[in-house]
Design a protein around this ligand. Sequence first.
Ligand code: IPD
Length: 269
Amino acid sequence: DAPRPDDLLALALEAARAATRLLVDERPADLRVTAKSSPTDPVTEMDRASERLVVETVRAARPGDGFFGEEGSDSAGTTGVVWVVDPIDGTVNYLYGLPHWSVSIAAEVDGTVVAGVVAAPVLGETFVATQGGGAFVERADGSRRRLQVTEDVPLERALVGTGFGYAAERRAAQGAVLARLLPQVRDIRRNGSAALDLCDLAAGRLDAYYERGVNRWDTAAAALVAREAGARVGGLRGEPDSPQLTAAAAPALFERLVEVLAGLGADAG
Ligand code: IPD
């Protein structure tokens, strides 16, 4: 029998809580200084420790499942369930002590994401979704609110989130696209966590999001949150979202955004 999305969500939440506790409680006070001078990057150490804890927590409950994670987990498993894990999305924010970072965990069944958690402990928010079950934000005070994207925003009034890759050449291309998009929108945000950008879109705090070069672990959980809140998430020409380009917005704005981005060659370079 296929596992129930709600059960997978509960396990994802348990794993996310363990990882966020570790990342908050064990964050070295001098992380930024040490990160500069140490040969083994402590951010990577925290990334690895977080991914290890997620894998251990899930494995204790479901030993046969597979994993795909930013820090190297890659196993198919035997159950049809694969957990897609970003142990810290927004690593640079985490490094600098900025609050905008998250732990992202998605559960795929036979290649389809059916449950997702994006936990942002410093913001006190956890975004959750199950396929067909809606998207919600749970706050540290125990409250829970259903998420819904903002509809009917024209591009010129859209607040658009985006992000940049790490390679210089990619950044130059992204900067060139941004320079031509900026005059056509309300404003741009670069908050530093692709997963939280999609969750902010779901919560109506951004009207749209696009980025070239994101990885499967950055968006697996958050794309479900955005879709369950009414967003379209996809690529430039009707294909699914991919490293070529991930765009997301309420359906009408999505259409317009990808038209403009295609005209700007946002999926090249
Ligand atoms: C990064 C963040 C950032 C996005 C980058 C990602 P990481 O993930 O999501 O917002 O612009 O493309 O690589 O490296 O912090 O896990």
